[in-house]
Design a protein around this ligand. Sequence first.
Ligand SMILES: Nc1ncnc2c1ncn2[C@@H]1O[C@H](COP(=O)(O)OP(=O)(O)OP(=O)(O)O)[C@@H](O)[C@H]1O
Length: 608
Amino acid sequence: MGADSSGPGGQQAGRAQEVRRGAAVPEGRLSALAERASWRLLFDYLRPHRGTLALGAVLALIGSAAGLAMPLLAKSVIETFGTGRTMLGPVLLLCGAVLAGSIISAVGSFVLERMGEGIVFGARTRLVDRILRLRVAEVDRLKPGDLLSRVTADTTLLRAVCTDALVTAVGSVFMFAGAAVLMAVMDVVLLLITLGVVASVGLVNALILPRIRKASTLAQVALGEMGSALDRALQAFRTVKASGAEHREIEVVSAAARQARDRGVTASAWQSAAGVSAWMSVQLAFLAVLGVGGARVADGSMAIASLIAFLLYLFYLVAPIGQLVQSFTQLQNGLAAITRIREIEELPGEPTVAALRADGPPVGVTFEDVVFRYGDDRPIVHDGVSFEVRAGGLSALVGPSGAGKSTVFALLERFYSPQSGNITMSGRDIRDWDLAELRAAVGYVEQDAPVLDGTLRENLTFAAPDATEAEVRHSLARTKLDDLVARLPEGLETQVGHRGVLLSGGERQRVAIARALLRRPRLLLLDEATSQLDAVNELRLREVIAEVATDTTVLVIAHRLSTVTGADRIIVMESGRVRATGTHAELLADDDLYRELATTQFLATATP
Ligand SMILES: Nc1ncnc2c1ncn2[C@@H]1O[C@H](COP(=O)(O)OP(=O)(O)OP(=O)(O)O)[C@@H](O)[C@H]1O
């Protein structure tokens, strides 16, 4: 029971709400969310790679150590000036340190970069896995463009954190500590002056960093909104063109892009402020050390070589401070991205549904007093729906638009769960069916019969990848597509185009039926297209449905009189209830609504 839910707890439901609201998330809530995306989340990503991380860090440290030795080696070179001693030894040592330090640093940074790519790969595959396993109800609330941006843009930010930021931070901390220790050995007073100035940078940054994270989160949300806006326009591309709405859609996408830019600019402004504070502190430290150190050189208490070495170390401090500040700002962007990735990862998903095949006798279906609404804040769609569809034969659901017919199919597929009432298939509550077994037993052909980009063969075997050539040919013959395949230049290997645009509406519908039949369903749910089919296609579809109904239960949402006249049983729905059931002749005699539908809507599309 309820195997298709990992239990949306209150917290998860709350997160789903945040995702749904997208850019409309109030800023206060955002910072609370960002807080939750703590270091712990980052460590979760890093934990499986801790061996590589340690190796990369050690190499980065050795590289930094070689760098740290340079001022000392430079000092020894300077000290040979005018002494008559040969400079060859110290110079060779200096060159060796430069070379070794560079190579070791490069290897260390490659190891960490590679680890970063591994982390991003892991995050992307987990995210895609989660998205494709989400419950239909969750996907209804999410925007595809925003999801895409989380898989691409947000994970890219994660890489920046795990590679650049981490590589730099590890090296910088060591460089900073090493330089500080060596400076302490050389002159404690000058070091204290330096550290005093540097501490002020830390203080300023502590105030700036949360602002960077907030601005960065908002910028990523805006980027997701932009993706959604573009996706909306592309999904309805022909409608956009036909409505002359290009400029309006361009404006919608541009507005989202503008918002992303503005928020990005805010984040950059704070980042610049952090950078400036680091730069200023180093300049101040340099001036202070130069002043105090110069005075001590003048009074003879300090050698000029020591002051030069100290100032060199001070510059060794400059780079790590700047880099640390940069790493921390990058980290803020990364943590914002991690929060967005986690929001999706924590949504409830369904268990794996393997591509099984049903193979069994036709099944009957019953609805008993089913009450359903799509969300707590939504109106009731099924208000005590009860009906029975016996095993085998053709049954039709009819009723005005919005009566709840397609919802019957969605509930049978367990895309949603009813609030009350029982649905059984083959006498067994559908909640007791294993989800994979249930979905294998039910073939589902949606109204707009989606055909995926790819070849005709890929589309046919989509639900049954192990189907044999003979089975494919058989399903083509049953759905009367064999003459189409014979006409196509590359037969089954012909590309059908994005969303099957190269096929006609009738052909798409029959391809979708053939695809469903290849899985040998025990119940075929067919949402008939409302669009007009030409007489030949309509006749073919009718023949296909009648033929399939000889060995499977077929439940069709009928929009054509020709379909219902041949049905064994018709269920008339109105306003979320079943108002009548019977044969065409019985309903024509007994039910006013059916009579009206039959003489208006249905007749309009009937073949002579
Ligand atoms: N995913 C959804 N989320 C929220 N509400 C929905 C969803 N799908 C359908 N509804 C609502 O449920 C009601 C019934 O929809 P349903 O698609 O079942 O009607 P129908 O009888 O199949 O209509 P039609 O013949 O026009 O397809 C409609 O008011 C619709 O707005």
